[in-house]
Design a protein around this ligand. Structure first.
Ligand SMILES: O=C(O)CCC(=O)C(=O)O
Length: 246
């Protein structure tokens, strides 16, 4: 079965050994240059993504601009099979489950596109894919993202019915792809080190995520409520993709 067929069925795909581990190490170093060791008591600007879990904006510089990352030929081939020839990068961020982080609640990354029932939304082609690239080796101690294949169309939200799911314990160089509609959760981090995972979201060209990248989300909220106040809150200014060419 082709990658794209498996992805359409499961809403997820685990790929071991896609990237050069040395590139992942360089990206980890760049992340570390930007954030250092995060002090849980004094967290940098972030969007809270659950218990001791931070969604962090990352400036695209150094190794993050390496085309071997965002333009890896096999990755682009798979994405081309999912989306067709036209797609783009909607956002780039790092989700870090700090040492000791608890499980995240089960969730999807986006509510239904149309308020016509989950089955309707699930019948549509995939519109956005997270390529999750762990910056450290994952194991049972560090945890991973627990993904529940084929749950794009589930109308019930009963966690007990979800089963074990898939637990990608990928090593540096591996990655896992998630359809925006698939149920998943960040698993607890029981190790003594943080678990940073680079997220690159590829999407159809008409889609942008206003839920997890709040500035635009709050802009539309402010328009609805006729107020500009919330736009001035720096703590919400987390959605921009910043590119620095050297
Ligand atoms: O911590 C993780 O591994 C996953 C986090 C996640 O799925 C999310 O924030 O949507």
């Amino acid at each position: 079965m082709m990658f794209a067929e498996r992805f359409a069925r499961d809403g997820c795909l685990v790929i071991d050994k896609l990237f050069d581990p040395a590139l992942i190490d360089s990206i980890f170093e760049e992340y570390h240059r930007q954030y250092g060791d995060i002090d849980p008591a004094n967290r940098p600007l972030h969007l809270k993504a659950g218990d001791r879990r931070l969604q962090l904006p990352i400036t695209l510089r150094g190794a993050l601009l390496d085309p071997g990352l965002y333009g890896h030929p096999l990755l682009l081939k798979i994405l081309g099979e999912i989306f067709g020839s036209l797609f783009l990068i909607d956002n780039v961020t790092v989700v870090t489950a700090l040492a000791g982080a608890d499980h995240q609640p089960f969730h999807r990354d986006q509510p239904d596109l149309f308020p016509l029932g989950r089955e309707y939304d699930a019948s549509l082609p995939c519109y956005a894919v997270i390529v999750a690239i762990p910056l450290i080796d994952l194991d049972e101690q560090t945890g991973t993202t627990q993904i529940f294949p084929g749950t794009m169309g589930d109308s019930h939200e009963d966690p007990d019915a979800l089963g074990e799911g898939v637990m990608p314990f990928t090593k540096r160089g591996g990655c896992y792809l998630l359809d925006y509609r698939v149920q998943h959760r960040g698993f607890a981090n029981r190790s003594d080190r943080d678990r940073p995972v680079l997220y690159i979201t590829y999407s159809r060209e008409w889609f942008t995520d206003t839920i997890n990248y709040r500035k635009r989300g709050f802009a539309s909220e402010s328009i609805r409520h006729g107020s500009k106040d919330r736009l001035n809150d720096d703590s919400l200014a987390i959605d921009q993709v910043i590119v620095e060419f050297e």
